[in-house]
Design a protein around this ligand. Structure first.
Ligand code: ADP
Ligand code: ZN
Length: 208
């Protein structure tokens, strides 16, 4: 299964991609995670990407495309993959089509209001767990490992607004792009719990 998860920042792409990875045994490729790991490790790629991530701007297509192309050439992608956060521009989608096929594009739909609430309230732990202040009840440490929780630099309200604008201008056009190819599977997540959304996603995947 070759999947793309499409949706605004905070729409739940990462959360559900992790579950699909576990249940369907296909790699989860998050360009955001790749960039963040490289920034943390201070690699040449991280040094190039950092300024873009901090601003909530897109990393240039050429760089991003090369990374994904390289990653998809890895043998673990032979059975399929979940792309989370890529493509984010028409140029990236056109490039992807030259080196990989796609079976479905899961389009996670969520109201703007909820998105802003989720992203600005998101807290992370170094172990990979994510939380939201809405459910943390004031806790500042991770329930799984005890680690100190932190906010992603690009989850601050100013940057979130920028990311949403970038999404609307550059990424939302991909919905029509993939709909025209018959690949879009809309998953409306408004008012649903994570489990309920995931059930909808599984229903879609089980038809593929
Ligand atoms: P979210 O989906 O919550 O916005 P991501 O972790 O997917 O978060 O992305 C974080 C940042 O990484 C983006 O704001 C952007 O700077 C960079 N990035 C991730 N994927 C891409 C991509 N496909 N093209 C360009 N930049 C990207
Ligand atoms: Zn933790």
């Amino acid at each position: 299964m070759r999947l793309i998860f499409l949706g605004a920042p905070g729409s739940g792409k990462g959360t559900h991609a992790v579950r699909v990875k576990a249940d369907y045994h296909i790699p989860h490729i998050s360009t955001g995670d790749i960039f963040r790991a490289n920034i943390k490790g201070n690699t040449p790629l991280g040094q190039q990407a950092k300024a873009y991530l901090d601003k909530g701007a897109l990393v240039p297509d050429e760089l991003t495309i090369a990374i994904v192309k390289d990653r998809l050439a890895n043998p673990d992608c032979a059975k399929g993959f979940i792309l989370d956060g890529f493509p984010r521009t028409i140029q990236q989608a056109d490039a992807l089509a030259t080196f990989a096929g796609v079976d479905a594009v899961i389009n996670l739909i969520l109201d703007d209001e909820t998105i802003v609430e989720r992203v600005t309230g998101r807290r992370m732990c170094a172990c990979g767990a994510t939380y939201n202040v809405a459910t943390l009840k004031g806790a500042t440490t991770c329930a799984k490992c005890g680690g100190e929780l932190y906010q992603r630099v690009d989850d601050q309200p100013e940057t979130v607004r920028n990311r949403l604008e970038v999404y609307a201008a550059n990424t939302a056009p991909l919905i029509d792009y993939y709909r025209a190819k018959g690949l879009i599977k809309d998953v409306d997540s408004n008012g649903l719990s994570i489990d309920q959304v995931y059930d909808k996603i599984k229903e879609v995947l089980d038809t593929l």
